[in-house]
Write a protein that binds this ligand. Structure first.
Ligand SMILES: C[S@@+](CC[C@H](N)C(=O)[O-])C[C@H]1O[C@@H](n2cnc3c(N)ncnc32)[C@H](O)[C@@H]1O
Length: 483
């Protein structure tokens, strides 16, 4: 950008135009209704032009250049005679008044853009003198886009600023009000020419917004890769006034939150509930009561081992508007990333998500017989610490020790680690690779497909019975990392 566009406030400012022909008249017309004090130095060439500008342009003789330029904010020289042009330019330069000289770009301090004037709404397209025709054609396209009466709507908005400010004292609530109001039915009424109705609607909506309570969105942030956010999640975190987020939400996603929104970590890691669940509920409710747009951002999907259900109930019980936005669960993200289809017509007709962590700690009391049936996939969340016990219980219930297993840590993130082995090897996979989580265990025939497809080394062991506990099993494990 070689030229900086700026809008001058012309109310009461003096503008001096030099000349008297059609070119000067064209420039004068730009200032009609601007509120500026417009002075023409020179005198009109034709009586018709003189008549057109008679009642709002102050015409002075060239001998009065000095008094005409007194206190001038801008000058435009549209003189045809080189001598008159030089005289005007010298006078203007001597007073440091910004000047435009028609068809003399080297003498110009500013250029006059192609202007689309809708009253309060003005668009100016400049080409720095390089291609004025192009600027005009862009203006023509904008003409078609902008409603004729958009300036009336802007003027109405200006007249209601004081009222809206008093009715909606909160700044961000007011911003949201204007965003909605200026594209809703009030705007339609203004565009249809019914300014009375437009004003009534704007006032009514402002009163409603002033009384409004906030809203809570419980939003799934997905497993970590920001590109796995839903469009709705992205929009909401960019509109929120406050975002309460979990430890599992990746830094890249936190970076997408609107800059002036409050970001509040309420991080929970297994066994370390830095903010107790009931306090999270209280904070969500208190923020909504302040009239804020609250986003509760949770890793994966809020309703899959995410306590989203409890938060929904708590907020709803207070009569506060609350919505849930699903996210891609880490089960789906990790499986896709590792190329492990969770169901497969030949290998898995059932898919079960289980937690590996009981409320009171240790392994939960699951139906191990059911989970041990073949041709099904079991995805274990929060199962890193209890992986040995889970493997033992599944084998004891009849699941083959050779059942393939995948352990995926930090799935879909730059530091994703994928480890493949068998159920017999599971305890060693976790321990030897130093898996600390967040990680998922995928247990079932489908976890062996990457090996079958030759994407990783063979993971089939000879383990049987208690042999699964043998450290020899370790030699069959294979590790992949996203890096
Ligand atoms: C409290 S649960 C939340 C699950 C989440 N609501 C979801 O749908 O993915 C936390 C567990 O999800 C799993 N998890 C979450 N994000 C993960 C990721 N990026 N990679 C692997 N596992 C993940 C881990 O098992 C972790 O212990």
């Amino acid at each position: 950008m070689r030229q900086f566009p700026a809008f001058f406030n012309l109310e009461g400012a003096r503008i001096v135009v030099f000349g008297g022909g059609e070119e000067a008249a064209r420039k004068l017309r730009l200032f009609h209704a601007s509120g500026a004090e417009v002075v023409l130095v020179g005198g009109f060439d034709e009586a018709a032009l003189a008549a057109e500008f008679d009642d709002w342009v102050d015409t002075r003789a060239r001998s009065q250049i000095a008094s005409a330029l007194e206190g001038a904010r801008l000058a435009i020289i549209a003189e045809e005679s080189p001598a008159h042009r030089a005289e005007a330019l010298a006078a203007v330069r001597a007073r440091n008044i910004p000047v435009n000289v028609v068809d003399q770009p080297e003498d110009c301090d500013f250029t006059v853009p192609s202007i689309l004037d809708r009253g309060e709404i003005v668009a100016a397209i400049g080409s720095g003198g390089a291609a004025p025709v192009l600027a005009k054609s862009i203006r023509a396209k904008l003409e078609a886009l902008l409603p004729q009466r958009i300036g009336d709507l802007a003027a109405l908005a200006r007249s209601l600023r004081g009222f809206v400010g008093e009715t909606i004292p909160d700044k961000s609530a007011r911003r949201r009000y204007w965003e909605r109001a200026l594209s809703g039915p009030a705007a339609e009424a203004a565009y249809a020419g019914d300014l009375e109705r437009a004003e009534a609607l704007l006032r009514q909506q402002a009163r409603a917004a002033g009384r409004a309570r906030g809203v809570v969105h419980i939003v799934g942030a997905g497993p970590g890769d920001p590109e796995l956010l839903t469009l709705k999640a992205l929009r909401l975190i960019q509109e929120a006034d406050v975002v309460y987020y979990d430890r599992l939400v990746s830094p890249e996603i936190i970076g997408l939150i609107r800059r002036d929104a409050a970001r509040v970590p309420v991080g929970k890691s297994k066994g370390d509930h830095s903010v107790p669940q009931t306090e999270i509920h209280e904070r969500l409710i208190a923020s909504a009561r302040e009239g804020l747009r609250v986003v509760r951002l949770k890793g994966g999907d809020p309703f899959i081992f995410g306590r989203g259900g409890e938060e929904l109930e708590a907020v709803r019980a207070e009569g506060i508007e609350v919505h849930v936005v699903p996210g891609i669960s880490s089960a789906l993200g990790c499986a896709a990333s590792a190329g492990v289809p969770l169901t497969h017509r030949d290998h898995a007709q059932t898919l079960t998500f289980v937690t590996g962590h009981a409320k009171a700690g240790g392994v939960p009391d699951l139906d191990w017989q059911a989970l041990a049936r073949p041709a099904q996939t079991v995805v274990v969340f929060m199962g890193v610490d209890t992986a040995p016990a889970i493997a033992e219980k599944l084998v004891a219930a009849g699941r083959a020790p050779t059942t393939p297993v995948a352990v995926i840590e930090n799935g879909t993130r730059p530091d994703e680690l994928r480890v493949f082995g068998t159920l017999a090897e599971l305890p060693f996979l976790v321990e030897e690779e130093g898996i600390a989580g967040p990680a998922l265990l995928i247990i079932g025939e489908v976890a062996g497909l990457p090996a079958e497809q030759g994407r990783i080394a063979s993971i089939v062991t000879e383990a049987s019975g208690l042999a699964w506990f043998s450290p020899d099993a370790r030699q069959h494990t294979f590790k992949e990392s996203a890096a």
